[in-house]
Design a protein around this ligand. Structure first.
Ligand code: NI
Length: 315
């Protein structure tokens, strides 16, 4: 059983996550067009719009459950059919902007609710027909994780729109441009570039990190300079076993750089990547190498897939 101040800090972190979610969703929707939001790119999964509508459905229900728990004795908590709700015609056609606004209001109220819960009320509970006895503390923990998990699902859905390999340098570049643009749209103001949230790297460090791997693409994958030399390792180090150390050293370096330097370098290197991609001898990149791998996949994992990977923690 953690000490009470640890519990308090943990709950505060969960409340912060809930407070942040509508802002993350608002920034997310600014990067997603109509087609992207309504196409279920992952087979058998919801579209991005359905993920958003479901977040509102789920959090409205949880807000009501919280109030029932505090005003009744061990109430039976209403369940709802999440797939049914998301499949309603209303959920299929509703604009995602309205749902984000709904969540903004709801979470503002919910966060002030959480801040008023007294110490002896956290273990008050109700009976959920599917999951059994559930306390206020459980609802807070589950809801904070729920938002983050759906952001991750949305990220995977965005990934899935690129299920086939690019068919030409122009096609690869179009994907890179699309995801680079998405990344630029979620970057915070300059003042917040040094602030990290929830234990992840600050935006500045993440930008430096993306630049490191674009540099690797240019100098190693395309120009053939040895990987250890690009990554500043000893000649006998196996780069694939040193990735954590390489990333940590780069993060420590970036920490001490002004944001302007990191940002200038990012744009400079990225411009070089764009022109290098357009002059690729394409057949060499889509022919299997001696390990049975397609070299083009390494261009993907160091560009648009990598931007998408970091996009969620930049939101
Ligand atoms: Ni990375």
């Amino acid at each position: 059983m953690p000490a009470s101040h640890e519990l308090h800090a943990l709950r505060q972190k969960q409340i912060d996550r809930l407070a942040r979610l509508p802002h993350q969703l608002a920034r997310l929707t600014a990067t997603v067009d109509e087609l992207e939001s309504t196409t279920p790119f992952l087979v058998g999964e919801w579209s991005i719009a359905q993920n958003l509508h479901h977040l509102a459905d789920s959090h409205m229900n949880n807000f009501i459950r919280c109030k029932l728990i505090l005003t009744e004795s061990e109430p039976t908590l209403p369940a709802y059919d999440r797939d049914g709700w998301v499949a309603l015609a209303d959920s299929r056609t509703a604009p995602i902007s309205a749902t984000v606004e709904l969540l903004q209001g709801l979470h503002t109220r919910w966060v002030s609710f959480w801040k008023t819960v007294a110490e002896d009320e956290w273990q008050r509970s109700g009976l959920h027909p599917e999951t059994g006895r559930i306390t206020l503390a459980d609802i807070l923990r589950n809801s904070a994780a729920h938002g983050w998990n759906h952001l991750a699902m949305i990220r995977r859905t965005l990934f899935a729109q690129y299920s086939g390999l690019p068919t030409s340098p122009e096609d690869l570049l179009a994907r890179i441009d699309r995801e680079w643009d998405r990344l630029q749209k979620v970057l915070p103001d300059k003042a917040a570039m040094d602030t990290s949230f929830d234990g992840s790297w600050s935006p500045k460090i993440q930008i430096a990190h993306l630049t490191l791997w674009e540099t690797y693409l240019l100098r190693h994958l395309i120009s053939g300079e040895p990987a250890h030399s690009v990554l500043e390792l000893a000649p006998n180090d196996d780069p694939s076993e040193q990735l954590d150390a390489v990333n940590a050293a780069d993060a420590a370096r970036a920490q001490n750089l002004p944001i302007e330097a990191v940002s200038d370098k990012a744009h400079h290197v990225h411009a070089a990547v764009r022109s290098a991609i357009l002059s690729l001898k394409w057949p060499e990149w889509v022919r299997r190498d001696k390990n049975g791998e397609l070299p083009v996949s390494r261009l993907i994992t160091t560009t648009y897939e990598h931007y998408l990977e970091h996009w969620q923690s930049l939101l």
